[in-house]
Design a protein around this ligand. Structure first.
Ligand SMILES: NC(=O)C1=CN([C@@H]2O[C@H](COP(=O)(O)OP(=O)(O)OC[C@H]3O[C@@H](n4cnc5c(N)ncnc54)[C@H](O)[C@@H]3O)[C@@H](O)[C@H]2O)[C@H](O)CC1
Ligand SMILES: [K+]
Length: 465
């Protein structure tokens, strides 16, 4: 499991540069800022490299400037350090750091591999794919190292999107400078950054995007009753199993009362789930007039036939907070934003990538596309995947990207939908549910079934009290 700072600020490249400018404006010199960055990285390299011979790769810009600083510090601490470079910084603190390096500088082609590799070729200035020879030499040198550390971002990952522009596999750890970037959490960054460590270099990020954090939950008040804790209605369709998973997840996710509204009573499952026989649009619309309902879930096992469409109409038309998942998202399709933005109550969507692409424009990074979807639909959007982005219409975004890959099994989405409804009905936020779902998966270990996940939710909640 990779280490990733939780609750940490995320900045795009331009936002990071603006934050650095604010720092300069406050009187911090560029060489001071670069020295803080170099010191943070050198300390991690000394720790992780345990004194083995190191090879520092230095690029033509400020990422390279950091690299020359790292090389100088390591050598000053007695480490055996070699430097290889692409180009040479020509201005500012980076040029000064390059000039202060007393040792020789080799080319990527001629330099021999060493046990410790520091990647200071490119950082937030990556603007296009790495030249193939550069990518090949970088991959060779990373593969030959027993420990490899990337400065700020592994070279070859696009800062704002996580797009792979030729980055090597196998980086041990990335030292993010000042703030996380989307590259540490999205796309190729999920697998290519290795462990991500965040170095504070005294820059005030001022970010409204952050990495997911463990939620703080409260036990129910002594005088609480089931409605206080949240009444969740799960609308069942043709595949009862999926809606039962969602209902059980809602129950174990803290809801005080769960109703499973289905055309015919489902057999099995906890008796604590209240079965209501509901057939057709009007009957469901009637049930959903109950003001005590904290959240309605529709989608798991709904199916996509006419009956399903009728139930979805009733759910969208009701004045209750609504979680829309799975088949219901597919039925909405590209009409989603228009259909949902007029709803008076809260709406939460839980699309995977395919469902998202059928509903919204996927342009830009996954964070920006999800934020645009939230703004256009007025809904909170949980855009699932190895990197899950939770975005609110007001512009806030939370990214979770250390989830267990064992979640790729049938029914885990149904569990998440029920959990989102339970946390919402209890007054919690969508990212709470995502954190609990991911933690429950970790606790369930390898090769779990979605049913096993449900039993771990209370354990995950126990870690948040
Ligand atoms: N701003 C500061 O004072 C500090 C910045 N920090 C570090 O600086 C980098 C960002 O540096 P920048 O000079 O903007 O860009 P890079 O060093 O990442 O790239 C250098 C340069 O390379 C060219 N380039 C881009 N892509 C390619 C490519 N595929 N092939 C060849 N050349 C390419 C382009 O011209 C770039 O300008 C940041 O990550 C931090 O590491 C310090 O940490 C703090 C002070
Ligand atoms: K780098």
């Amino acid at each position: 499991m990779r280490i990733l700072p939780s609750g940490a600020p995320i900045l795009r490249a331009d936002e990071m540069r603006a934050a650095e400018q604010r720092c300069f404006g406050a009187g911090v010199s560029q060489s001071e800022l670069m020295e803080r960055a170099s010191l943070a990285v050198a300390r991690e390299v000394a720790r992780l490299g345990a004194g083995q011979p190191a090879l520092v790769l230095a690029g033509p810009g400020n990422n390279g400037g950091d690299a020359y600083g790292v090389a100088r510090l390591l050598r000053g601490w007695g480490h055996d350090v070699a430097v290889a470079a692409i180009g040479r910084p020509t201005s500012g603190a980076a040029a000064a750091n390059a000039a202060a390096w007393q040792g020789k500088v080799e080319s990527l082609e001629q330099v021999s591999a060493r046990p410790v590799l520091v990647d200071g070729l490119f950082g937030t200035g990556m603007s296009c794919a790495l030249d193939a020879p550069v990518a090949a030499h970088l991959a060779r040198l990373v593969a030959a190292a027993s420990v490899s550390v990337a400065i700020d971002i592994p070279s070859g990952i696009e800062t704002d999107t996580g797009l792979d522009l030729g980055a090597p596999d196998g980086i041990t750890a990335t030292v993010a400078l000042g703030a996380l970037k989307p590259a540490h959490l999205l796309g190729a960054g999920v697998s290519k950054c290795g462990h991500v460590l965040l170095a504070d270099i005294g820059v005030e990020p001022g970010a409204i995007w952050s990495s997911i954090a463990r939620p703080r939950l409260q036990a129910p008040e002594p005088q609480a009753h089931k409605y206080d804790r949240g009444l969740v209605v799960v609308v069942a369709g043709s595949m009862a199993g999926a809606s039962r998973l969602a209902a059980r997840a809602a129950l174990h996710g803290g809801a005080g009362y769960v109703i499973l509204a289905a055309p015919e009573p489902a057999t099995g499952g906890p008796d604590a789930i209240v079965q209501r026989t509901i057939e057709g649009r009007d009957a469901l619309a009637e049930l959903l007039t109950d003001p005590r309902i904290g959240a309605v879930v529709i989608g798991p096992g709904l199916g996509r036939d006419e009956a399903a469409k009728d139930l979805l109409e009733a759910a969208i038309g009701c004045e209750r907070d609504l979680v829309i998942d799975g088949d219901a998202l597919s039925l909405l399709g590209e009409a989603a934003a228009e259909r949902l933005r007029t709803r008076k109550a809260a709406t939460l969507l839980t699309p995977h990538a395919g469902e998202f692409a059928r509903m919204f424009d996927a342009a830009g990074s996954k964070i920006e596309a999800t934020l645009a979807a939230a703004r256009n639909s007025g809904a909170t959007v949980i855009h699932k995947g190895a990197d899950t982005v939770i975005a609110w219409a007001g512009g806030k975004a939370v990214v979770a990207s250390a989830a267990s890959s064992w979640l790729s099994t049938a029914g885990t989405g149904d569990v998440l939908a029920g959990l989102v409804a339970a946390r919402h009905a209890a007054g919690g936020s969508a990212d709470e549910a995502v954190w609990l779902h991911s933690r429950a998966a970790r606790l369930a270990g390898p090769a779990f079934a979605a049913d096993d996940l449900i039993g771990r939710i209370p354990v995950a909640m126990g870690e948040c009290l």
